[in-house]
Design a protein around this ligand. Sequence first.
Ligand code: G3P
Length: 254
Amino acid sequence: MKLYLDTAVYEEIEQAVGWGVVDGVTTNPTLIAKAGHDHEEQVKRICQIIGNVSAECVSEKKDDMVVEGRRLASWHKNVIVKVPLTPDGLGAGKVLAGEGIRINVTLCFSVNQALLAAAIGAYIVSPFAGRLDDINEDGMRVVADIVSAYRQQEIKTKVLAASIRNPTHVTQAALAGADIATLPFAVLKQLFEHPLTAAGQKRFLEDYRQARAAVGSEKADGGARAQPEERSAYRKTEEAKPVQGQAREATAKR
Ligand code: G3P
């Protein structure tokens, strides 16, 4: 299961990209409004550092959404155009998918809706687990059922578990067989945490330093840390690397 970040805040995306654990970003009008930047400018900036960036249409009518979707897709090759699971949204998505634009159908809450998204050739369908939990339904059950229906029907549309609210949701999405889960930055950070990891790391470093001190090493870390010239050589090679993009995503399991 690939991990995407559910945010439009550049600094969060930049940090997560540095950790090497995310393959994409999902934005929506609420997240763009919260980030407080111009939509086009922000999406283009995000596309500079990561592939698979969902940008959502805000038009309501099919024809307007087609025009808007084409514009969003023209911003950068990494853009995936998000359309809502409405008759107009799917109608527009079908036209755009026919033009080779990758479509993410958002606001999906049932297996039947997911079948409609697959019918238009969507690249991704986004069931909102947390919002189903909010109304006393089992969001992850719906995600698992969509995965199961897609497998039985040999549907290639990727299932992206959205509206993730906590680390348990992430585990459940992976066990349900979701292709992707999109996480708020706070939830992504929580995935790293385990008290035994922190305690174990502290102990390893203390043992190492003590052993070095016992053999009389002048440097507390035994000279293992990167030296300034090594750091600058590393930064240069990192800056020269291309941004990950569609080619990498194409190797996903479906
Ligand atoms: O990816 C969809 C997500 O942004 C919705 O999350 O927490 O607002 O239900 P939430």
